[in-house]
Design a protein around this ligand. Structure first.
Ligand SMILES: Cc1cc2nc3c(=O)[nH]c(=O)nc-3n(C[C@H](O)[C@H](O)[C@H](O)COP(=O)(O)O)c2cc1C
Length: 243
């Protein structure tokens, strides 16, 4: 980035204007973001992947807020918390907890039981034995049906489904952070094994698993600095080269 008129500045002038050189790159430094308690910046800075969950079950209020953040109706015209190409909403949210597998219905803001019984261990097995999924009180699975978008977006339908899942997942993760809950986005799983576990048909593209629970340990108070590693990325098969 080269601010206009910077080329003939003296070093002192550059420093005064907050412009620095690193090799051949010209850096125009930006104001450090203020992450005041209660601000969106604070929430974003506070989100971290956390994979250790305490035994406390989540409350109905917490589950409702997490699902609402992902796909809830937020406008009188049926608009939802996450953007959707053409407002066609191809995303489905499925909740897995100790009681069963549940489908979220956005319009009614309600859960419908799809299958009774605890499927958390089979879900962890389908995610290449990422055992923290079996220990999480809930997992919210994000899937999407490209067929919903294909009539309008043809060959871009699948791409848009993946993009939409990212919006939905980030909303859920930020809501979990806001509620003081631990969560992590999981993308490493076997599609063929995950779909039947979630009681979903082959028309669904399974895109994310979001285990959520009360944290086992309190959130570290110190914010991680730019460039530092995470303190809790052990066991991420994405990092170890697994699919
Ligand atoms: C597309 C995607 C897939 C991921 N899949 C997994 C996964 O399968 N298992 C896991 O433990 N973490 C997974 N993660 C979480 C990352 O390991 C984590 O985001 C990363 O270490 C950065 O840390 P942070 O989220 O705390 O900033 C995934 C993240 C993304 C964006």
């Amino acid at each position: 980035m080269t601010p206009a008129g910077e080329g003939d500045m003296s070093a002192d002038t550059r420093a005064e204007r907050g412009v620095a050189r690193a090799g051949h790159t010209c850096l125009a430094h930006l104001p450090i973001p203020a992450t005041n308690e209660g601000s969106l910046a604070h929430l974003i800075a506070g989100r971290r992947a956390r994979r250790e969950f305490g035994p406390r079950p989540l409350t109905g209020v917490e589950i409702g807020l997490l699902l609402w953040a992902g796909q809830g109706i937020t406008g009188p015209d049926g608009g939802r918390a996450a953007p959707s190409a053409g407002a066609l909403y191809p995303v489905t949210l499925t909740l897995v907890d100790a009681r069963g597998v549940w489908r979220y219905h956005a319009r009614e803001h309600a859960l419908e039981i799809a299958c009774a019984g605890d499927c958390r261990s089979p879900l962890a097995a389908a995610a290449f034995s990422q055992e923290f999924i079996a220990k999480a009180p809930i997992t919210i699975a994000v899937s999407a049906r490209p067929a919903v978008l294909e009539p309008r977006y043809a060959g871009r339908a699948e791409r848009y489904c993946v993009l939409e899942a990212g919006h939905v997942a980030q909303n859920v993760l930020l809501m979990a952070t806001e509620l003081g809950l631990a969560s992590v986005p999981v993308g490493a799983f076997d599609d063929v094994a995950v779909l039947p576990t979630l009681k979903l048909g082959a028309e669904h593209l399974p895109l994310y698993l979001l285990p959520v629970g009360a944290p086992l340990t309190p959130r570290p108070s110190r914010q991680r600095q730019v460039g530092e590693g995470t303190d809790d990325d052990g066991g991420d098969p994405c990092r170890s080269g697994m699919p």
